[in-house]
Design a protein around this ligand. Structure first.
Ligand SMILES: O=P(O)(O)OC[C@H]1O[C@](O)(CO)[C@@H](O)[C@@H]1O
Length: 571
């Protein structure tokens, strides 16, 4: 099958082989319980950026590991690749596109504080701010309830944002994260924001539950404006609006976010008045900071809150591109440990474990950012990956403490799953219960501090014996430990911090992709299923029109039988 299999693998970087040797000869013989005894190492494996404290002392690594990883980064020309991304070089080679999501959150004068080799193209900055100004104006008109009203003259208090994948996951992640931030919650008073992503009609029913067309604004978010799910959902909601308010209501009740002006116009939305654009240099999964996120979220939380979010993301961008010491650069460190765990220690998964209910959509969003970006089988030049492990990992996660009562069992005693713990010094909504020894947030955070040690240090048979555990139970109660994690401690989850977290995770994915030498910015792997679904759709249409006919022989025997059963009337 593999067309590239015949191509020889390009030469492994020297530090790559050194890291493989180092993993086998040194690291596999060490246990984290020993490594954590070394106070000097612990201090060296801790770094502060603004109020974010990253502790990576629970990585299965010595200072030499980090030195070798930094050498690998240098050999792979990480810094040059990052700067080329900022400069707008066409690093997405298979689509011949620039990758400039960093421009989306850059202030007009961003280049004044970026290294000269990482200056963002001025035209991109101008375009970005032209659209941001339009979003600012529009969101205030709608929120003000006077200048942009519904067809019956009522203010539009509710928004349904239709979109899928990158046109949905990021905005929903931000929406959820800020729901209980005091400033954002105050700004959202009296307003509702819903997301409609799945083409399942049940999702439509849920999204519209309790909404009225008279007071609802629909935002259709699609970079291509051709995505099947989004377009059917958009037509469904258009019918909902038109059915209640007439065809002319579309102009007041539907707007679009897209790069495809013609398709927006063909759908019936006036691009001059109701379209917010972005550009082919924004990948869907990196588009939260474009109109994709900014339109629905500014309508809900107000533009001022979203400006803080952009500022937080930009601050992380500046740190990423400007901090040349890899030992102090958070996204670089995150990426290096990602590469180390996936490729050199061979762990194919990682868990995202925010101790924050507000970050409940972090894992779904980062799943797309990371797995659609780095889930690749070849390198940039089309040759096979250097090793089967030199590619993206399976990301999953759940807020703590919920995850503890779900999949942590496997993490403690089953497979090794490197974990990213994220915690906050303060809650968005502090609570205390009189008579309880700690606040509710301290209770939550007790787990944030305990779990990484349980994973790293474990519990031995000797300890269990000393506690008097019966011999028959000892094998079941032993925790082998030596399970890596990193811990990120932030102050409070506000819009600025959230922007920084988003950028941190986006950049981790880029760092990993740059080091593996693959293209993190295309997604050809999603195409085949779409093409096949189109064929099935045609088949379903034909069979529904001419019931009784057998399913086309073009499908294999298995699919034919399933389709036949699906179409059966009497089942
Ligand atoms: O914004 P669009 O064009 O509707 O695409 C939605 C999503 O579909 C994908 O192409 C994957 O199918 C994503 O990359 C993208 O974010």
């Amino acid at each position: 099958m593999s067309s590239s299999a015949s191509l020889p693998r390009s030469h492994l970087p020297e530090s790559w082989t050194a890291l493989q040797r180092h993993a086998d000869e040194t690291i596999r013989r060490l246990h984290l319980s020993q490594l954590l005894q070394d106070a000097e190492r612990c201090a060296a494996f801790r770094v502060q950026y603004r109020d974010l404290l990253l502790d990576y002392s629970r990585q299965r690594a010595t200072p030499e590991t980090l030195t070798l990883l930094l050498q690998l980064a240098e050999e792979m020309r990480l810094e040059q690749k990052v700067h080329a991304m900022f400069r707008g070089e066409r690093i997405n080679v298979t689509e011949d596109r620039s990758v400039m999501h960093v421009a989306l959150r850059a202030p007009r004068d961003a280049n004044d504080h970026l290294p000269p080799t990482a200056h963002i193209p001025v035209e991109a900055l101008q375009e970005v701010h032209r659209v941001l100004d339009a979003i600012h104006h529009f969101s205030e008109q709608v929120r003000g309830g006077r200048d942009w009203l519904g067809a019956t003259g009522q203010p539009l208090t509710d928004v349904v944002s239709i979109g899928i994948g990158g046109s949905y996951l990021g905005p929903e992640f931000v929406y959820e994260a800020l729901r209980n931030d005091a400033q954002a919650a105050q700004a959202a008073r009296g307003r509702r924001l819903r997301f409609l992503a799945n083409v399942d009609p049940v999702d439509v029913t849920r999204a519209l539950d309790g909404l009225r067309p008279e007071t609802t604004l629909v935002v259709v978010v699609s970079k291509t404006f051709t995505t099947a799910e989004t377009m059917l959902n958009a037509r469904t909601l258009k019918q909902w609006i038109v059915g209640a308010l007439g065809e002319r209501a579309v102009a007041q009740h539907m707007v679009a976010v897209s790069t495809n002006t013609e398709a927006v116009a063909a759908f019936g939305i006036d691009p001059q008045r109701g379209m917010f654009g972005f550009w082919d240099w924004v990948g869907g999964r990196y588009s939260v900071c474009s109109a994709v996120g900014l339109v629905p979220l500014s309508l809900h939380y107000g533009f001022a809150v979203m400006q803080q979010f952009l500022a937080g993301a930009h601050a992380m961008d500046v740190h990423f591109v400007g901090e040349r010491d890899g030992r102090r650069n958070l996204p670089v460190l995150y990426g290096l440990w990602g590469v180390w765990n996936a490729t050199f220690l061979g762990y194919p998964t990682r868990a995202l474990l925010p101790y924050s209910q507000a970050l409940l959509k972090l894992a779904p969003h980062i799943q797309q950012v990371d797995m659609e970006s780095n889930g690749k089988r070849v390198r940039l030049d089309g040759r096979d990956l250097w090793t089967a492990d030199a590619t993206g990992v399976v990301n999953f996660g759940e807020p703590g403490t919920n995850g503890q009562h779900s999949f942590y069992q496997l993490m403690h005693q089953g497979r090794v799953v490197p974990a990213d713990f994220i915690g906050f010094r303060r809650s968005q909504t502090p609570r205390t219960v009189p008579g309880y020894p700690v606040s509710n947030h301290d209770e939550l955070m007790s787990n944030f501090f305990a779990q990484p040690d349980a994973l790293a240090v474990g519990k031995s048979a000797e300890q269990l014996r000393a506690e008097g555990v019966p011999e028959s139970l000892i094998p079941h109660k032993v925790f082998a430990g030596n399970r890596p994690s990193s811990s990120l401690l932030c102050t409070v989850l506000d819009a600025f911090t959230l922007g920084g977290l988003l950028a941190l995770f986006e950049h981790r994915t880029c760092v990993e992709g740059f080091i593996w030498g693959l293209n993190s910015f295309d997604q050809w792997g999603v195409e085949l299923g779409k093409v096949l679904a189109k064929r099935v759709r045609q088949e379903l249409q034909q069979r529904r029109d001419k019931s009784g006919d057998a399913v086309s022989a073009a499908f294999n025997a298995s699919t034919r039988a399933l389709l036949q059963s699906y179409l059966e009337k009497d089942v």
